[in-house]
Design a protein around this ligand. Structure first.
Ligand code: 1PW
Length: 216
């Protein structure tokens, strides 16, 4: 059956979510940020069943963040900055491994999404600047090697490599991403990359200012 309007991946919604997640005061609004990630899940679903592991794992990280947002301290989970401040002040960050009964902190969970966003940024940049004969699986693997593989175990790296082999072709990807507007496709992808990268850079500064780039 045809999906209902709005259920399919829409790169405009992705770009809008990430660009509105950055407030004029330079705060990152978690609600919009997570909306962006929900759009990304749709993208991963469109990449096929081989991306099942990757999208299940991503979905579980998004859900943890949403639980924090809906929990008793929801007010503190309004922006990345307020979350960091709150978890630091309450000793919830988990600079060492947290005890098993404690839910994963917002800071360590968002860090996983943040690193994955770099992967996406690099990958979309490659795609947006690629020539017709370039292979999407290669672009994806190369972005992964630089941005994310260093943080993953050997086993995860093998599983992820398998998913890339089953990646749709460059042309199919463009179809998933931009459908109708072929002439402007590269440009749409690249403006999306710009909004992702603004959000990435702000998050990176916040995490680096608090020595939180390596949370277990
Ligand atoms: C082509 C578009 C892809 C863009 C989205 C990228 C999502 C990246 C998810 C990779 C998941 C691989 C399998 C799980 C790995 C986890 O060990 C790892 N999670 C992530 C999101 O990197 C680390 O989380 P953990 O084990 O420390 O809780």
């Amino acid at each position: 059956p045809l999906p209902l309007w709005g259920e399919e991946f829409d790169i405009r919604q992705l770009r809008r979510a990430f660009s509105t997640s950055l407030s004029p005061r330079g705060e990152i609004l978690l609600r919009e940020y997570l909306h962006g990630w929900r759009q990304l899940l749709k993208f991963m679903e469109a990449l096929g069943t081989a991306f099942g592991l990757i999208s299940r794992e991503t979905e579980s990280k998004i859900s943890i963040m949403e639980q924090h947002q809906e929990g008793p301290h929801s007010l503190h989970y309004h922006t990345v900055q307020s979350m960091v401040k709150f978890e630091l002040a309450s000793g919830l960050v988990g600079f060492q491994s947290l005890p098993a009964h404690q839910p994963p902190s917002g800071c360590r969970t968002l860090l996983r999404l943040h690193r994955a966003l770099k992967w996406l940024e690099l990958f979309l940049h490659k795609l947006g600047t690629s020539q017709k004969d370039e292979k999407s699986s290669r672009m994806c693997a190369e972005a992964y090697r630089v941005a994310l593989a260093p943080y993953h175990s050997w086993w995860v790296q093998q599983a992820v490599a398998l998913a890339f082999l089953a990646m749709p072709s460059r042309q199919e990807l463009y179809h998933i991403i931009v459908r109708g507007e072929k002439p402007a496709a590269g440009a749409i992808v690249l403006t999306t990359v710009e909004s992702l990268s603004r959000v990435y850079n702000v998050t990176q500064e916040v995490y680096s200012a608090h020595g939180m780039l390596e949370l277990p």
